[in-house]
Design a protein around this ligand. Structure first.
Ligand SMILES: [Zn+2]
Length: 204
């Protein structure tokens, strides 16, 4: 996505105005286009946990600054530093942190080098080369499993606490913690799913 001359002018004006540059009202339209770009470019998933925005959960999608804008103002409007993420990965987990940067001086010489990031960069790395994300749909239940293939994959898995999503999806699939209703799938089906998953994983 290319910025128009008007976009660039609006960015300059917002920067000159100072304060909360990102939320300057001159940039509302530009931000809407950035979000649309990342929602239609590739699949509509969180750039860190890969959960699907369309059918997994209804929530507000955030424009994510991979290098946080509070610490790396120069990359606030760089498309390579932007993507879309879910609130879970964006706020409580990542927030304003930059501990995933390998060398905080080196990163400023060229932020687009994937080796400068411990985790899978949403734009400069290929997610599936580092981490596989399995989704199995059984009736109304969804089961999620991640398999790390590289150090970056493992780092991403730990950093974004993806094991928690696996547990959550398995619990949901087994009807936990829904207290009143019976499980979406039976114990028998759960056992069959686990068996299929193990066979699948053993073949990778
Ligand atoms: Zn996420």
């Amino acid at each position: 996505m290319n910025f128009t001359e008007e976009d660039l002018q609006n960015i300059r004006t917002a920067q000159d105005t100072g304060g909360d540059i990102w939320n300057n009202e001159l940039l509302v339209d530009l931000k809407a286009r950035i979000k649309r770009f990342y929602r239609t470019n590739g699949s509509e998933v969180c750039c860190y946990c890969r959960r699907d925005f369309q059918d997994e959960f209804n929530m507000v999608i955030d424009i994510e600054h991979i290098l946080p804008k509070s610490k790396y103002e120069e990359y606030m409007f760089e498309m390579g530093n932007l993507n879309i993420s879910c609130k879970r990965c964006n706020m409580p987990i990542k927030g304003e942190k930059d501990d995933f940067v390998v060398d905080k001086a080196l990163i400023r010489t060229d932020y687009s080098v994937p080796q400068h990031y411990y985790f899978i960069h949403p734009n400069f790395d290929t997610y599936s080369n580092n981490l596989d994300h399995f989704r199995l749909v059984v009736n109304e239940a969804k089961i999620t499993k991640y398999i790390a293939k590289t150090n970056k994959g493992r780092y991403t898995y730990d950093y974004f606490k993806l094991s928690k999503l696996e547990v959550d999806s398995l619990n949901q699939a087994q009807g936990i913690p829904s207290s009143e209703n019976d499980s979406v799938i039976s114990d028998q089906a759960t056992a069959a799913i686990k068996e299929s998953l193990e066979i699948l994983l053993s073949q990778l």
